[in-house]
Unconditional design. Structure first.
Length: 319
Protein backbone atom coordinates (compact mmCIF):
# COMPACT_ATOMS: atom_id res chain seq x y z
CA UNK A 1 0.00 0.00 0.00
CA UNK A 2 1.33 3.42 -0.99
CA UNK A 3 0.59 6.03 1.68
CA UNK A 4 0.25 9.74 0.95
CA UNK A 5 1.94 12.39 3.09
CA UNK A 6 -1.13 13.11 5.19
CA UNK A 7 -1.70 9.36 5.73
CA UNK A 8 1.57 8.82 7.66
CA UNK A 9 -0.16 8.39 11.06
CA UNK A 10 -2.44 5.80 9.44
CA UNK A 11 0.57 4.00 7.97
CA UNK A 12 2.11 3.70 11.46
CA UNK A 13 -1.03 2.17 12.98
CA UNK A 14 -1.70 -0.25 10.12
CA UNK A 15 1.98 -1.18 10.08
CA UNK A 16 1.91 -2.05 13.78
CA UNK A 17 -1.18 -4.22 13.32
CA UNK A 18 0.46 -6.11 10.45
CA UNK A 19 3.68 -6.43 12.43
CA UNK A 20 1.81 -8.07 15.31
CA UNK A 21 0.16 -10.57 12.99
CA UNK A 22 3.47 -11.34 11.27
CA UNK A 23 5.15 -11.99 14.63
CA UNK A 24 2.32 -14.32 15.63
CA UNK A 25 2.63 -16.28 12.37
CA UNK A 26 6.37 -16.69 12.83
CA UNK A 27 6.22 -17.55 16.53
CA UNK A 28 6.35 -21.22 17.50
CA UNK A 29 4.25 -20.50 20.58
CA UNK A 30 0.54 -19.98 20.15
CA UNK A 31 0.60 -16.21 20.66
CA UNK A 32 -2.85 -14.63 20.45
CA UNK A 33 -2.44 -11.11 19.18
CA UNK A 34 -5.75 -10.82 17.38
CA UNK A 35 -7.34 -8.75 20.14
CA UNK A 36 -4.54 -6.18 20.07
CA UNK A 37 -4.44 -6.21 16.26
CA UNK A 38 -8.23 -5.77 16.06
CA UNK A 39 -7.98 -2.76 18.39
CA UNK A 40 -5.37 -1.24 16.09
CA UNK A 41 -7.59 -1.98 13.07
CA UNK A 42 -10.46 -0.13 14.75
CA UNK A 43 -8.19 2.81 15.52
CA UNK A 44 -6.96 2.86 11.92
CA UNK A 45 -10.52 2.74 10.57
CA UNK A 46 -11.58 5.68 12.76
CA UNK A 47 -8.51 7.68 11.71
CA UNK A 48 -9.15 6.89 8.05
CA UNK A 49 -12.69 8.24 8.38
CA UNK A 50 -11.40 11.42 10.06
CA UNK A 51 -8.71 11.97 7.40
CA UNK A 52 -11.11 11.60 4.47
CA UNK A 53 -14.10 13.37 6.01
CA UNK A 54 -13.06 16.86 4.91
CA UNK A 55 -10.15 16.68 2.48
CA UNK A 56 -8.88 20.05 1.32
CA UNK A 57 -8.32 20.60 -2.44
CA UNK A 58 -4.60 19.84 -2.32
CA UNK A 59 -5.15 16.55 -0.51
CA UNK A 60 -7.85 15.64 -3.04
CA UNK A 61 -5.29 16.34 -5.76
CA UNK A 62 -2.90 13.92 -4.08
CA UNK A 63 -5.60 11.24 -3.83
CA UNK A 64 -6.61 11.76 -7.49
CA UNK A 65 -2.98 11.08 -8.48
CA UNK A 66 -2.57 8.03 -6.23
CA UNK A 67 -0.71 5.34 -8.23
CA UNK A 68 -2.96 2.56 -6.89
CA UNK A 69 -6.23 4.05 -8.12
CA UNK A 70 -7.90 1.94 -10.80
CA UNK A 71 -7.00 3.13 -14.29
CA UNK A 72 -8.83 3.11 -17.61
CA UNK A 73 -7.74 -0.45 -18.45
CA UNK A 74 -9.11 -1.69 -15.11
CA UNK A 75 -12.51 -0.12 -15.78
CA UNK A 76 -12.67 -1.51 -19.32
CA UNK A 77 -11.75 -5.02 -18.19
CA UNK A 78 -14.32 -4.98 -15.37
CA UNK A 79 -17.27 -3.14 -16.93
CA UNK A 80 -17.13 -3.95 -20.64
CA UNK A 81 -17.37 -7.18 -22.57
CA UNK A 82 -16.22 -8.08 -26.09
CA UNK A 83 -13.81 -5.14 -26.00
CA UNK A 84 -12.06 -4.82 -29.36
CA UNK A 85 -9.29 -2.20 -29.26
CA UNK A 86 -8.77 -0.06 -32.34
CA UNK A 87 -5.39 1.53 -32.96
CA UNK A 88 -3.97 4.43 -34.91
CA UNK A 89 -5.23 7.73 -36.28
CA UNK A 90 -4.77 6.72 -39.96
CA UNK A 91 -2.39 9.64 -40.37
CA UNK A 92 0.73 9.29 -38.20
CA UNK A 93 0.64 6.39 -35.74
CA UNK A 94 -0.86 4.94 -32.58
CA UNK A 95 -0.77 6.78 -29.25
CA UNK A 96 -0.67 4.38 -26.32
CA UNK A 97 -1.76 7.12 -23.89
CA UNK A 98 -5.24 6.79 -25.40
CA UNK A 99 -7.01 3.46 -25.53
CA UNK A 100 -10.37 2.85 -27.13
CA UNK A 101 -12.47 0.63 -29.26
CA UNK A 102 -15.75 -1.18 -29.70
CA UNK A 103 -17.28 -2.98 -26.73
CA UNK A 104 -20.49 -3.90 -24.97
CA UNK A 105 -21.66 -2.18 -21.80
CA UNK A 106 -24.38 -4.17 -20.05
CA UNK A 107 -24.81 -6.02 -23.38
CA UNK A 108 -25.34 -2.73 -25.27
CA UNK A 109 -22.87 -2.03 -28.11
CA UNK A 110 -20.86 1.14 -27.53
CA UNK A 111 -17.56 2.88 -28.12
CA UNK A 112 -15.29 3.42 -25.12
CA UNK A 113 -12.33 5.83 -25.10
CA UNK A 114 -10.01 6.72 -22.24
CA UNK A 115 -6.61 7.88 -21.04
CA UNK A 116 -4.37 5.13 -19.68
CA UNK A 117 -1.53 6.09 -17.31
CA UNK A 118 -0.04 2.66 -16.65
CA UNK A 119 0.60 1.05 -13.26
CA UNK A 120 4.34 0.43 -13.12
CA UNK A 121 7.46 2.11 -14.48
CA UNK A 122 7.51 0.21 -17.78
CA UNK A 123 3.80 0.67 -18.54
CA UNK A 124 3.84 4.33 -17.49
CA UNK A 125 6.61 5.02 -19.98
CA UNK A 126 4.74 3.04 -22.65
CA UNK A 127 1.55 5.03 -22.02
CA UNK A 128 3.45 8.32 -21.56
CA UNK A 129 1.87 8.78 -18.10
CA UNK A 130 -1.53 9.31 -19.73
CA UNK A 131 -0.42 12.42 -21.63
CA UNK A 132 -1.81 12.12 -25.15
CA UNK A 133 -0.13 13.32 -28.32
CA UNK A 134 -2.02 14.65 -31.39
CA UNK A 135 -2.41 11.16 -32.83
CA UNK A 136 -4.22 10.13 -29.62
CA UNK A 137 -6.86 12.83 -30.09
CA UNK A 138 -7.15 12.03 -33.79
CA UNK A 139 -7.67 8.37 -32.89
CA UNK A 140 -10.49 9.47 -30.57
CA UNK A 141 -12.01 11.53 -33.41
CA UNK A 142 -11.92 8.45 -35.65
CA UNK A 143 -13.68 6.38 -32.99
CA UNK A 144 -16.33 9.05 -32.39
CA UNK A 145 -16.98 9.27 -36.15
CA UNK A 146 -17.50 5.51 -36.17
CA UNK A 147 -19.87 5.72 -33.19
CA UNK A 148 -21.90 8.44 -34.94
CA UNK A 149 -22.08 6.44 -38.17
CA UNK A 150 -23.37 3.30 -36.46
CA UNK A 151 -25.47 4.97 -33.75
CA UNK A 152 -23.38 3.76 -30.80
CA UNK A 153 -23.20 5.64 -27.48
CA UNK A 154 -19.74 6.92 -26.52
CA UNK A 155 -18.30 6.49 -23.02
CA UNK A 156 -15.10 8.33 -22.12
CA UNK A 157 -12.89 7.77 -19.07
CA UNK A 158 -10.70 10.77 -18.31
CA UNK A 159 -7.45 10.46 -16.35
CA UNK A 160 -4.67 12.72 -17.59
CA UNK A 161 -2.41 15.43 -16.16
CA UNK A 162 -2.83 17.14 -19.53
CA UNK A 163 -1.90 16.77 -23.17
CA UNK A 164 1.77 16.04 -23.87
CA UNK A 165 3.66 19.36 -24.26
CA UNK A 166 6.69 17.99 -26.13
CA UNK A 167 8.29 19.48 -29.23
CA UNK A 168 7.16 16.65 -31.53
CA UNK A 169 3.56 16.94 -30.36
CA UNK A 170 3.55 20.68 -31.03
CA UNK A 171 5.05 20.13 -34.49
CA UNK A 172 2.26 17.67 -35.32
CA UNK A 173 -0.48 20.12 -34.29
CA UNK A 174 -1.32 19.37 -30.66
CA UNK A 175 -3.63 22.34 -30.07
CA UNK A 176 -5.45 21.81 -33.38
CA UNK A 177 -5.98 18.11 -32.58
CA UNK A 178 -7.42 18.95 -29.15
CA UNK A 179 -9.72 21.58 -30.68
CA UNK A 180 -10.92 19.17 -33.39
CA UNK A 181 -11.58 16.48 -30.79
CA UNK A 182 -13.62 18.91 -28.67
CA UNK A 183 -15.51 19.99 -31.79
CA UNK A 184 -16.23 16.35 -32.66
CA UNK A 185 -17.69 15.79 -29.18
CA UNK A 186 -20.15 18.62 -29.86
CA UNK A 187 -21.11 17.28 -33.30
CA UNK A 188 -21.89 13.59 -32.86
CA UNK A 189 -25.56 12.69 -32.67
CA UNK A 190 -25.27 9.86 -30.13
CA UNK A 191 -25.27 9.85 -26.31
CA UNK A 192 -21.89 10.89 -24.95
CA UNK A 193 -21.10 10.42 -21.26
CA UNK A 194 -17.82 11.07 -19.50
CA UNK A 195 -16.36 10.10 -16.13
CA UNK A 196 -13.35 11.79 -14.53
CA UNK A 197 -11.72 8.83 -12.77
CA UNK A 198 -8.55 10.56 -11.56
CA UNK A 199 -7.02 13.72 -12.97
CA UNK A 200 -8.85 15.85 -15.50
CA UNK A 201 -6.10 18.17 -16.65
CA UNK A 202 -6.47 21.09 -19.04
CA UNK A 203 -7.61 20.81 -22.66
CA UNK A 204 -6.34 17.24 -22.73
CA UNK A 205 -9.30 16.34 -20.52
CA UNK A 206 -11.86 18.70 -22.07
CA UNK A 207 -11.29 17.04 -25.46
CA UNK A 208 -12.82 13.83 -24.04
CA UNK A 209 -15.24 15.36 -21.54
CA UNK A 210 -17.35 17.65 -23.73
CA UNK A 211 -20.26 15.33 -23.04
CA UNK A 212 -24.02 15.30 -22.47
CA UNK A 213 -23.40 14.27 -18.88
CA UNK A 214 -20.17 14.41 -16.88
CA UNK A 215 -19.56 12.53 -13.65
CA UNK A 216 -16.58 12.73 -11.31
CA UNK A 217 -15.35 10.35 -8.69
CA UNK A 218 -15.58 11.97 -5.28
CA UNK A 219 -11.82 12.51 -4.90
CA UNK A 220 -10.94 13.22 -8.53
CA UNK A 221 -10.00 16.66 -9.87
CA UNK A 222 -10.82 18.61 -13.05
CA UNK A 223 -9.03 21.85 -13.83
CA UNK A 224 -7.75 24.15 -16.55
CA UNK A 225 -4.19 23.73 -15.21
CA UNK A 226 -2.37 21.76 -12.55
CA UNK A 227 -1.94 23.42 -9.12
CA UNK A 228 1.82 23.41 -9.61
CA UNK A 229 1.54 25.07 -13.02
CA UNK A 230 -0.87 27.67 -11.71
CA UNK A 231 1.40 28.47 -8.76
CA UNK A 232 4.40 28.84 -11.07
CA UNK A 233 2.50 31.37 -13.20
CA UNK A 234 0.75 33.39 -10.49
CA UNK A 235 3.29 33.31 -7.68
CA UNK A 236 6.45 32.26 -9.59
CA UNK A 237 6.71 29.54 -6.94
CA UNK A 238 5.55 25.94 -7.49
CA UNK A 239 5.52 25.42 -3.70
CA UNK A 240 2.36 27.55 -3.57
CA UNK A 241 0.43 24.61 -5.06
CA UNK A 242 -1.82 24.30 -1.99
CA UNK A 243 -3.09 27.86 -2.40
CA UNK A 244 -3.44 27.30 -6.15
CA UNK A 245 -5.46 24.09 -5.63
CA UNK A 246 -7.92 26.00 -3.45
CA UNK A 247 -8.19 28.93 -5.88
CA UNK A 248 -8.74 26.69 -8.92
CA UNK A 249 -11.97 25.15 -7.55
CA UNK A 250 -10.91 21.81 -9.01
CA UNK A 251 -12.83 19.46 -6.70
CA UNK A 252 -15.93 17.54 -7.74
CA UNK A 253 -17.93 19.28 -5.02
CA UNK A 254 -17.12 22.79 -6.26
CA UNK A 255 -17.56 21.88 -9.92
CA UNK A 256 -20.99 20.38 -9.24
CA UNK A 257 -22.08 23.68 -7.63
CA UNK A 258 -20.68 25.61 -10.60
CA UNK A 259 -22.59 23.43 -13.06
CA UNK A 260 -19.45 22.15 -14.80
CA UNK A 261 -20.26 18.53 -13.95
CA UNK A 262 -23.56 16.75 -13.35
CA UNK A 263 -22.86 13.94 -10.91
CA UNK A 264 -20.48 12.98 -8.09
CA UNK A 265 -19.70 9.29 -7.63
CA UNK A 266 -19.06 8.32 -4.02
CA UNK A 267 -15.78 6.49 -3.44
CA UNK A 268 -15.07 3.77 -0.87
CA UNK A 269 -13.71 5.02 2.46
CA UNK A 270 -10.09 5.98 1.93
CA UNK A 271 -10.47 6.51 -1.83
CA UNK A 272 -10.79 4.27 -4.87
CA UNK A 273 -7.28 2.93 -4.29
CA UNK A 274 -8.43 1.05 -1.16
CA UNK A 275 -11.31 -0.74 -2.86
CA UNK A 276 -10.89 -0.80 -6.63
CA UNK A 277 -13.75 -3.24 -7.17
CA UNK A 278 -16.17 -1.04 -5.19
CA UNK A 279 -15.12 2.10 -7.06
CA UNK A 280 -15.40 0.42 -10.45
CA UNK A 281 -18.88 -0.88 -9.63
CA UNK A 282 -19.99 2.61 -8.55
CA UNK A 283 -18.71 4.05 -11.83
CA UNK A 284 -20.53 1.35 -13.80
CA UNK A 285 -23.80 2.11 -12.01
CA UNK A 286 -23.43 5.82 -12.76
CA UNK A 287 -22.64 5.26 -16.44
CA UNK A 288 -25.76 3.10 -16.68
CA UNK A 289 -27.87 5.83 -15.04
CA UNK A 290 -26.49 8.54 -17.35
CA UNK A 291 -27.15 6.50 -20.48
CA UNK A 292 -30.67 5.65 -19.31
CA UNK A 293 -31.41 9.37 -18.96
CA UNK A 294 -30.88 9.75 -22.72
CA UNK A 295 -32.86 6.76 -23.94
CA UNK A 296 -35.28 7.76 -26.71
CA UNK A 297 -33.71 11.17 -27.38
CA UNK A 298 -33.23 12.16 -31.02
CA UNK A 299 -29.81 13.04 -32.41
CA UNK A 300 -30.80 16.69 -32.79
CA UNK A 301 -31.87 16.82 -29.13
CA UNK A 302 -28.63 15.26 -27.92
CA UNK A 303 -26.51 17.74 -29.91
CA UNK A 304 -28.62 20.72 -28.80
CA UNK A 305 -28.55 19.70 -25.12
CA UNK A 306 -24.79 19.16 -25.22
CA UNK A 307 -24.08 22.52 -26.84
CA UNK A 308 -26.44 24.33 -24.47
CA UNK A 309 -24.78 22.70 -21.47
CA UNK A 310 -21.44 24.22 -22.37
CA UNK A 311 -22.82 27.58 -23.51
CA UNK A 312 -24.49 28.02 -20.12
CA UNK A 313 -21.32 27.33 -18.10
CA UNK A 314 -20.34 30.34 -16.03
CA UNK A 315 -23.92 31.27 -15.16
CA UNK A 316 -23.66 29.69 -11.68
CA UNK A 317 -21.49 30.75 -8.78
CA UNK A 318 -20.44 29.27 -5.47
CA UNK A 319 -22.18 32.04 -3.55
Amino acid sequence: MVYLDFEKPLADIEGKAEELRTMARKSEDAVDVEKEAAALDKKASDLLGDLYKNLDPWRKTQVARHPDRPHCRDYIEALFTEYTPLAGDRAFGDDHAVMGGLARFQDQPCVVIGHEKGNDTKSRITHNFGMARPEGYRKAIRLMDMAHRFGLPVITLVDTPGAYPGKGAEERGQSEAIARCTQKCLEIGVPLVSVIIGEGGSGGAVAFATANQIAMLEHSIYSVISPEGCASILWKDADKMREAATALRLTAQDLKKLGVIDRIIKEPLGGAQRDSAGAIKAVGDEISAMLNDMVGKKSSELIKDRRQKFLSMGSKSLV
